[in-house]
Design a protein around this ligand. Structure first.
Ligand code: COA
Length: 260
């Protein structure tokens, strides 16, 4: 049986999913795309998981892109299917009800940046490099990069990264709004786990409501988005967590959220 392309560990309520093909700089072949899809569905279904960290094995790469060796001989139909396979997984990731942090420990190129952009937060080592270099292969982004980068960083940055194909460093990615935080490489894991731990203690249903509002609001007009937010806001008043959070504030103590 083929070795699994993922490592999965739990630290308290934080699940860490690591793409584990270090000899290929964690490139995404079809088997890895499917394994990631299954891993995210499993994390969604497991009530003991409240936050997820996604990263890559080894010191060099988060994910260096779609697997070029696998792509090289695809037919047009197979190319479209490969694109859809990646897009489906990343859309499911983006729509997960639990927060996912991309811990960018090195190269996040092509499919790697597309994967990171499908996560809800991105924290990068100061040594990391990100980019959409598909143009150098005579290709374009195929896992949603042209669409998500546009929404995340705007038209100028998207056209610069996708037309020129040159990677940018972590600080430039921060300036462009592509990553949320940049930390020294030696502190990346601790900083990420601290952030994930905070999310794992936060109110799960309110996290979910926030993710839903941003996902829906990103795709509709302001009137529908505001209406959706009000409906979600109202729904929060049915949760024990909302009663606990407001009571704890008034009693000057730390809330304990159970996700009910
Ligand atoms: N797909 C398949 N294999 C990949 C890969 C990818 N996207 N990226 C790296 N690898 C493999 C290399 O082929 C090499 O394998 P080998 O040792 O069997 O020859 C191994 O990973 C190490 O990569 P290497 O290129 O030797 O490392 P480097 O430090 O010299 O360069 C990069 C690092 C990231 C600059 C370089 O690997 C690269 O440009 N990768 C492709 C990036 C890309 O175009 N991604 C978008 C794909 S659509």
């Amino acid at each position: 049986m083929a070795e699994t392309p993922l490592l999965i560990t739990d630290t308290g309520a934080v699940r860490v999913v690591t793409v584990h093909r270090p000899d290929k700089l964690n490139a995404l072949d079809a088997a890895t795309l499917d394994a990631l899809h299954a891993a995210f569905q499993a994390a969604e279904a497991d009530p003991s998981v409240r936050a997820i960290v996604l990263t890559g094995s080894g010191p060099k790469a988060f994910v260096a892109g779609a697997d070029i060796a696998e792509m090289a001989s695809l037919t047009p139909t197979q190319g479209r299917d490969f694109s859809l396979r990646g897009q489906r997984m990343m859309r499911a990731l983006e729509k997960l009800s639990k927060p996912v942090i991309a811990m960018i420990n090195g190269f996040a190129l092509g499919g790697g940046l597309e994967l990171a952009m499908s996560c809800h937060l991105r924290i990068a080592a100061d040594t990391a490099k990100v980019g959409q270099p598909e143009i150098n292969l005579g290709l374009i982004p195929g896992f949603g990069g042209s669409q998500r980068l546009l929404r995340l960083a705007g038209r100028a940055a998207t056209l610069e990264l996708c037309l020129l194909g040159a990677p940018i460093d972590a600080m430039r990615a921060l300036q462009l709004g592509i990553v949320n935080r940049v930390v020294p490489a030696a502190e990346l894991e601790a900083a990420t786990m601290q952030l994930a731990g905070q999310l794992a203690q936060s109110a799960p249903l309110a996290l979910r409501g926030t993710l839903d509002c941003v996902n829906v609001g990103g795709e509709c007009g302001i009137e529908e988005g505001l209406e959706y937010e009000s409906a979600q806001f109202g729904l929060m008043f049915s949760t024990e967590d909302m009663r606990e959070g407001t009571r704890a504030f008034l009693e000057r103590r730390k809330p304990v959220f159970g996700g009910r």
